[in-house]
Design a protein around this ligand. Structure first.
Ligand code: MG
Length: 270
């Protein structure tokens, strides 16, 4: 028999249970880092915290040593992207300041199975338009997660995300940008797998979702133009116009009982 190329990995219930364990490590680390992300802390401090959480749970990092084309192996266990940085900011001596918008992305592996999630954290007192940007991005994530249902098409997720961002912008009187170069992904025995998940587009297209699939859904939204550029460190992606960006992500399993958010702190089934 031919094995279909680019087939989406199907997990057994037992494998999803291990992915939930990995997701819980991710959730706990993100909670600890969010609490520690205050003015005066460095992004390297948060990376150290995350390494401690991994060690406490006997888990390993999905990010450390990750190789992307043309870049040095990734040196951190978290991505810490501040203000105009969208994703893949390398943790280091940068000191967080009052008013910053910090996105923290973190992945963990338990017994060979991956969990991946991101949160945007408000550092101290943050300007209302930045708070709204983060809130709309998070709402669009949950709109996408709710579409991760048996029988839905992949781009039903994309469309729900875009619709929520447009609606949030209309309410706020702003036109948010949706970053097009990056998106969500299948996840399981590897962090990045088929399919790629756009954060915009028409519904009803792409593969039909089946029980046992797991997806990392991750909208990236900007206050200004969505065009991005890669910085000289070959990892950090920032907005081209210097505007602020927000990033939220969860890993979700498609199950016969509905979407199961594997990287939430509580057991969340939509
Ligand atoms: Mg991801």
């Amino acid at each position: 028999m031919f094995k279909r190329r680019n087939a989406i990995e199907i997990k057994s219930p037992d494998q999803l249970a291990v992915m939930r364990a990995a997701g819980l490590v991710v959730a706990r680390a993100l909670q600890a880092m969010s609490d520690a992300a205050v003015p005066g802390a460095t992004t390297a401090d948060l990376d150290v915290l995350a390494r401690d959480v991994l060690a406490d749970h006997g888990a390993t990092s999905s990010f450390l040593g990750y190789k992307a084309h043309g870049a040095v192996p990734y040196p951190g266990v978290i991505c810490a992207s501040v203000n105009d940085e969208v994703v893949h900011g390398i943790p280091g001596p940068r000191v967080l300041r009052e008013g910053d918008l910090l996105s923290i992305d973190f992945g963990a592996i338990v017994d060979g199975w991956n969990g991946d999630a991101a949160v945007t954290v408000l550092i101290g007192d943050v300007a209302p338009e930045r708070r709204a940007l983060s809130a709309v991005t998070e709402a669009s994530l949950w709109a996408g997660l709710a579409q991760a249902r048996v029988g839905a098409h992949l781009t039903d997720i994309s469309h729900a995300i875009e619709s929520a961002i447009v609606a949030g912008g209309r309410e706020a009187g702003v036109e948010y940008g949706i970053v097009a170069e990056y998106g969500g992904h299948g996840i399981g025995s590897r962090m990045h797998m088929e399919p790629h998940i756009l954060n915009y587009g028409a519904p009803g297209r792409g593969p039909v979702l089946r029980a046992g699939m797991a997806l990392a859904i991750e909208p990236m939204v900007t206050l200004g133009d969505p065009e991005v550029m890669l910085l000289a460190d070959a990892w950090t992606v920032s907005t081209a116009d210097g505007g602020c960006a927000a990033h939220w992500e969860h890993t979700v399993a498609v199950t016969d009982d509905g979407p199961w958010v594997l990287t939430a702190l509580d057991d969340v089934r939509l």
